[in-house]
Design a protein around this ligand. Structure first.
Ligand code: NAP
Length: 338
């Protein structure tokens, strides 16, 4: 009998989440019947979107999330013992995946791409969902052209750091913002032409200096006040890819249903600058997921995309790793290693 440790949502956070919002319990898994498998997590992901999701799930639900997991018991020839997968069964050490579930379309279970000598954790990082978000969210929505000026915030994070590098590969001038001097130094190493610490810099003044020609593509991970300050610096016909709005995720004062966000994009600015502002979810490109992963892996192997990970050790670190996202504790992708 396998016993899983599982993190559940105990109380709804108000504002920034705290460790008291979560509780770790033990669950006995059902036995492995024909077609079933049992997996053990190797790396678990913590992501900003989880702050939205916990507004939508009932108390005592398992916290949502993805993981790189290894099959430890199997009565399913498609998933032999030892095979590796990425699944979205949440914050849990062990998982029972039934034959019925494994046959369901859109079950979000996929084999981990062959990583060769690369760390398996990249399957929830640069060669996983955050990589796909950067790749399609930037290239498809911003449609960058060589010589254009691209602005990226959250630029030392999982998604932002990849956007910086793809924008450079496309021949763009890149202006990046991140939340510490160490992060700014890394983003410059990645090729950003200008990088600023938004906590110690006047955003408007920095943009006047770095982009007197104004910005053609804005990849926004932060939203809120940051975007309000960016708005006057956007060029006519700028393409804005609204990837995330992490600066607003803990703001419970402006809840609209499950989503808390006040848009800084006024209609007058949209009209007069003829902006194209488009939000997206990475799953829009589900049918091109494999293509994206292959390209990202190729770039990593060629050294054209560099990555960092902030690895938290131990399943007990799940809440603190998650909460740390809102304090900028991570550089690159935040993962928890079991
Ligand atoms: N649309 C999609 O399908 C999709 C998919 C994945 C991610 N996203 C979004 O993309 C964004 C980045 O996600 P990620 O996974 O790459 O996370 P991440 O950037 O690796 O981690 C979050 C980072 O956000 C920054 N941050 C936290 N609070 C902030 C605030 N109040 N103002 C400004 N920056 C703040 C921190 O960096 P600093 O030290 O720089 O502040 C922190 O390290 C998030 O908004 C996320 O929701 C969207």
């Amino acid at each position: 009998m396998t016993v899983a440790k599982v993190w559940k949502l105990l109380r709804q956070p108000v504002g920034r989440p705290t460790p008291e919002n979560f509780i770790c319990v033990e669950e006995q898994l059902p036995p492995c019947d024909d077609g079933d498998v049992i997996t053990e997590a190797e790396y678990l992901s913590v992501d900003p979107y989880m702050r939205y999701k916990i507004r939508q799930i009932p108390l005592n639900s398992t916290m949502v999330g993805s993981q790189v997991a290894r099959v430890t018991e199997s009565k399913n020839p498609q998933w032999p013992v030892g095979s590796l997968m990425v699944h979205y069964q949440g914050w849990r050490t062990h998982t029972h995946l039934s034959s019925k579930f494994l046959q369901t379309k859109d079950n979000n279970v996929s084999p981990l791409p062959d990583m060769g000598n690369l760390p398996k954790s990249l399957g929830i990082g640069v060669i996983g969902m955050p990589g796909i978000t950067a790749y399609f969210g930037f290239l498809e929505i911003c449609q960058p052209k060589a010589g254009e000026t691209v602005l990226v915030n959250g630029a030392a994070g999982a998604v932002g750091s990849i956007v910086v590098q793809i924008a450079k590969m496309k021949g763009c001038k890149v202006i990046a913002f991140a939340g510490s001097d160490e992060k700014v130094a890394w983003v410059k190493e990645l090729g950003a032409d200008y990088a600023f610490n938004y906590k110690t810099t006047n955003i408007g003044e920095a943009l006047s200096q770095a982009a007197p020609e104004n910005i053609n593509c804005y990849f926004d991970n932060v939203g809120g006040q940051f975007s309000a300050e960016v708005l006057p610096h956007l060029a006519d016909l700028c393409r804005v890819s609204v990837c995330g709005a992490i600066s607003t995720y803990n703001d419970d004062s402006k809840d609209i249903g499950a989503v808390s966000l006040t848009s800084p994009f006024s209609e007058a600015t949209l009209i007069w600058k003829q902006l194209r502002v488009e939000g997206f979810l990475c799953y829009r490109w589900n049918d091109r997921w494999t293509e994206g992963l292959k390209q990202l892996q190729h770039w990593v192997l060629e050294g054209k995309i560099k990555y960092k990970e902030t690895v938290f050790h131990g399943f007990d670190k799940m809440p603190s790793a998650f909460i740390g996202l809102f304090d900028g504790e991570n550089i690159g992708k935040a993962v928890v290693k079991l």
